[in-house]
Design a protein around this ligand. Structure first.
Ligand SMILES: [Zn+2]
Ligand SMILES: [Zn+2]
Length: 80
């Protein structure tokens, strides 16, 4: 049994609207992946905690296609 993020694994996409202009926001991927660029030596468990997000959630960065506003959003992982 393990937690799998449906967005990271392409199971489905989440539609978010921009709080600034109500435009559509695109999933830019997991925030953890961005952190990995700066801290390649951290273990998965540690990186998960860096964002202050629970292990069963995956923090994703969304960017508005209209105004460029960025917002992170915790995606609930699913158990497989
Ligand atoms: Zn994810
Ligand atoms: Zn916007």
């Amino acid at each position: 049994m393990k937690y799998v993020c449906p967005l990271c694994n392409g199971l489905y996409t989440v539609q978010r609207n921009c709080i600034k202009c109500n435009g559509s926001m695109d999933d830019q991927g997991a925030v953890v992946n961005y952190h990995d660029n700066y801290s390649p030596y951290l273990l998965d468990e540690i990186t998960n905690n860096v964002d202050g997000v629970r292990k069963d959630q995956c923090l994703h960065l969304f960017r508005c296609t209209d105004c460029g506003f960025e917002e992170s959003y915790a995606i609930q992982r699913e158990i497989y």
